[in-house]
Write a protein that binds this ligand. Structure first.
Ligand code: SF4
Ligand code: ZN
Length: 307
């Protein structure tokens, strides 16, 4: 039996290839939780009396995040934790995910609010896809804009001071490389682990999982045996992101710790951009009054187009 290299007692069930550690279940869970505590501290993500809204889609990453944060939050009695879920209206997919989110919240005793595209914008994502099927824009481009708005609306409804999302290290470096291949490096500065605008109508966002790999986030969910949705979204077909994901996974297999190296490079590039970036001036959207860089926000642009 190979023993855990941390406790030297229990049987190891996982080898963290890039560090060579062999971990038992208990030490694996503690190492993930400790890393998240360190990330939260390093980026000063929360205050002692914070009101945190966790974005829970019902997938493995978001339910793992909910469980870890509810554990951490128990040490801070002045803070509160609430889950928010956006139901985009994707038949045969989101319904099950929402159920998983609800189950996890009731297991943890965390309050849960679900908002839907249909009630906020008048259309489900399925209806939007049907209406726009002849266009170049992918379902994810509509979904991304509307979901960001929906999360902000939900967070304000529960009077949260912060939104915590479950973006993993894999998500972060994929987005970093996507911005480069799209020729849009200025966006790199905008994907920090903490995004906080001076505008009071935008609830600040934090990413406590930004240094946890997708693999370890999934393993965390499997290890604590929490219900989550395994089926991928039927519209998840952004070809370029998938290509980048596959390339990164292949690289990591051949050169363990490559993902961390890219992440560290990304941090340096972000710092360099931050130092030179000019502050974005936000105006109010002429339709909905929400903050935007143009006269009409992206959400209203989409809604006008659909109408
Ligand atoms: Fe929305 Fe695309 Fe994610 Fe599906 S994969 S939930 S369409 S962003
Ligand atoms: Zn608007």
């Amino acid at each position: 039996m190979t023993k855990c290299s941390v406790c030297k007692r229990n049987k190891a069930f996982y080898v963290r290839v890039h560090s060579g550690e062999k971990l038992c279940r208990k030490c694996f869970l503690s190492s993930v939780e400790n890393k998240i505590r360190v990330t939260i501290g390093k980026h000063r993500m929360f205050d002692i009396n914070d009101r945190i809204a966790v974005a829970v889609s019902g997938g493995k990453d978001s339910v793992s995040l909910l469980h870890v944060l509810s554990k951490i939050e128990a040490d801070f009695p002045q803070s509160t934790l609430q889950a928010i879920t956006v139901d985009e209206g994707i038949k045969g997919y989101r319904d099950e995910a929402v159920k998983n989110a609800e189950e996890n919240c009731s297991q943890l005793g965390v309050k849960h609010l679900t908002v839907s595209f249909k009630e906020l914008f008048g259309y489900t994502l399925d209806e939007i896809v049907k209406k726009t099927c002849n266009e170049k824009m992918t379902p994810c481009s509509y979904c991304g804009v509307l979901r960001r708005r929906a999360l902000n609306v939900a967070a304000k409804q529960v009077e949260a001071y912060k939104i915590a999302t479950a973006h993993t290290l894999d998500d972060e470096i994929q987005t970093f490389l996507l911005n480069i291949v799209h020729g849009d490096p200025s966006r790199i500065a905008r994907s920090n682990p903490v995004f906080s605008s001076k505008h009071s109508r935008l609830v600040p966002r934090v990413k406590p999982f930004c240094e946890i790999t997708e693999r370890e986030s999934a393993l965390y969910a499997f290890t604590i045996r929490i219900p989550f949705q395994e089926m991928p979204c039927p519209y998840a077909g952004e070809a370029l992101r998938n290509d980048i994901r596959n390339t990164l996974n292949r690289l990591e297999e051949k050169h363990p710790s490559m993902k961390y190296t890219i992440y560290r490079s990304m941090e340096k590039v972000q710092h360099a951009f931050e130092a030179t970036a000019e502050e974005t001036i936000l105006k109010e959207c002429r339709e909905c009054g929400e903050p935007t860089t143009t006269n009409l926000c992206r959400t209203c642009q989409i809604l006008q187009k659909l109408a």
